[in-house]
Ligand binder design. Structure first.
Ligand SMILES: [Zn+2]
Length: 163
């Protein structure tokens, strides 16, 4: 970010106490911290925690986690509940935060959660956004998640911690 996103003035570097040198707009007199998107990704679990839901999207056969961007003004937990409902038609009854990872390709900070849904019904699946959704046992999910993906790192980290 070289120019102020509010007024277009060229940014300078200015010392901010305890933070070091931060981009600063001398016209707005405001520090301009880096801008990136924020999204949630979800390890969706059935009520007795024996299965995990993986989905396929965008015409590929890769099994990935349910995910979506957080709206401005929305908290991450609300985004988890909303995205799971929008994409799968399932209702989240509990959720837990796991970990985060920055995804450079889309300049997005991904916040990974695990959540438990009320039932395994896929009859209200959003077939516009999701090509396919399938429940896997925890071990099958480990084998079938898209290799070398952020989704795989989140899932393996979660499964390896146990619960
Ligand atoms: Zn400015």
């Amino acid at each position: 970010m070289n120019y102020c996103y509010e007024c277009g003035t060229k940014l300078m570097q200015k010392e901010l106490q305890n933070e070091g040198m931060i981009p600063y707009c001398p016209s707005c007199c405001r520090y301009r911290f880096p801008i990136f998107s924020t999204a949630v990704s979800m390890i969706v679990r059935n009520p007795d925690h024996t299965k995990i839901l993986l989905i396929q999207q965008y015409g590929t056969k890769n099994n990935i986690l349910v995910a979506g961007y957080i709206n401005k003004g929305e908290n991450a937990e609300a985004a988890v509940i909303r995205e799971v409902r929008e994409e799968t038609g399932l209702k989240v009854k509990s959720l837990h935060f796991n970990k985060t990872e920055y995804f450079q390709r889309t300049n997005t900070l991904m916040l990974n959660y695990s959540c438990t849904v009320e039932n395994e019904s896929l009859e209200h699946l959003n077939t516009v956004e999701v090509d396919k959704a399938q429940w896997f046992t925890n071990e099958q999910a480990r084998q079938n998640i898209m290799p070398n993906s952020l989704a795989e790192r989140f899932l393996l980290n979660y499964l390896n911690q146990g619960d």
